[in-house]
Design a protein around this ligand. Structure first.
Ligand SMILES: [Zn+2]
Length: 272
């Protein structure tokens, strides 16, 4: 159970490394609900943040019902693709599964020669129907041609596979706000450019192209995905409110099975 003490910590279990520890809330926005800690609540043991635990919660639910990552059965036949997975959970995924975690590159020869090391989701050098899971943790807001990237993920995903995504998303927006208009090779800025980690060489300088609104569902179903949308908050795992997208090719995502109602703040299914 969750104990919220008066020193702004929350007792919880990390569903990645299994540690049961006090997680610091940091800048307190709301103590009753642990809203607003999507990018924080760092696990004192493994260093993963709330968003990582949300994504891994989605992944483990698609495999073995909410089993923490460190307890999932090893299966080296299970192929998982992520692009630029950060912090420590990729190491555990690598130990258990056939996990590909290539870093972004634009350089075509590298993409072709070392697809396990370098990838551009807009043009992947993997064969069709290769992966059981594709993970995307807050990267689509930075992808210039997101339709191309969604289509490529659709292509490389196995028919019964899952594409699991987190992304900055505003449910109250009908339409995605495009911050940059993309025309041919040109980027036309419609508002002040916004970056992640500006000036940081390694993985930094990620430009924000957009903030997704509900038109994202249409975008995904147009590509052929059936989309399950969950907004969750799981204090026992120190998972602050987060939106999860469960996308499948031919099958509907089984959200009934995935979620017990008290954790789920919103649930919807969109068919292709
Ligand atoms: Zn941990």
């Amino acid at each position: 159970m969750v104990k919220i003490s008066n020193i702004n910590t929350i007792m919880a279990k990390c569903n990645i490394c299994g540690a049961v520890l006090e997680f610091e809330l940091g800048e307190v926005l709301s103590k009753d609900e642990i809203l607003g800690y999507r990018e924080t609540l760092d696990c004192p043991k493994c260093g993963c943040i709330s968003r990582d635990r949300g994504l891994i919660w989605a992944l483990s639910n698609c495999m073995q019902k909410e089993t923490p990552l460190f307890e999932l059965k090893n299966n080296q036949n299970l192929k998982i693709l992520e692009s630029t997975g950060l912090r420590t959970y990729p190491k555990i995924l690598k130990e258990k599964f056939d996990y590909f975690n290539p870093r972004f590159s634009k350089f075509t020869p590298l993409l072709k020669m070392f697809p396990n090391k370098y990838a551009d989701l807009q043009r992947l050098f993997f064969k069709d129907n290769k992966f059981d899971f594709v993970l995307a943790s807050d990267i689509f807001e930075h992808i210039r041609l997101d339709d191309d990237a969604f289509s490529e993920i659709f292509r490389v995903l196995k028919p019964k596979g899952y594409f699991l995504m987190t992304v900055p998303f505003n449910y109250s927006l009908e339409q995605t706000i495009e911050k940059i208009k993309v025309i041919g090779n040109k980027d036309i800025f419609l508002s002040e450019p916004e970056y992640h980690n500006k000036g940081v060489k390694d993985g930094g300088d990620s430009l924000f192209y957009r903030l997704y609104g509900k038109s994202l569902f249409k975008k995904l179903t147009n590509i052929g995905f059936n989309v399950g949308y969950l907004r969750i908050q799981i204090p026992k795992y120190a998972i602050s409110q987060i939106e999860l997208f469960f996308c499948r090719k031919n099958t509907l995502p089984d959200l009934e099975d995935i979620s017990s109602t008290n954790l789920v703040l919103k649930k919807e299914i969109f068919r292709s």
